[in-house]
Design a protein around this ligand. Structure first.
Ligand code: FES
Length: 83
């Protein structure tokens, strides 16, 4: 089955394309962004991003399409992880 091509808009207003199942970290890098990370096991929340208004932990989630094949991403901030 052919994977769906998904358009992603990032907080820096760049747009990239990804395929369903791609990982969030490398896809964000293509947009010139770095998603913060910590545990990489889904427990700390450092990698949380908002995808179309829903919070997702990037380290344990793949990119999933929706009907419009368009995802709007914003990075969440956690004071615990900020310098
Ligand atoms: S890096 Fe800890 S939840 Fe993703």
């Amino acid at each position: 089955m052919k994977k769906t091509k998904i358009k992603i808009r990032w907080p820096n207003n760049s747009e990239t394309h990804a395929l369903e199942g791609d990982d969030w970290f490398s896809t964000a890098q293509k947009a010139g962004l770095k998603i913060p990370s910590g545990c990489l096991t889904g427990s700390c929340g450092a990698c949380e991003i908002d995808v179309n208004g829903k919070t997702v932990r990037a380290c344990v989630s793949d990119i999933k399409s929706n009907k419009k094949c368009f995802l709007n991403v914003s990075l969440t901030t956690d004071p615990f992880w900020e310098n």
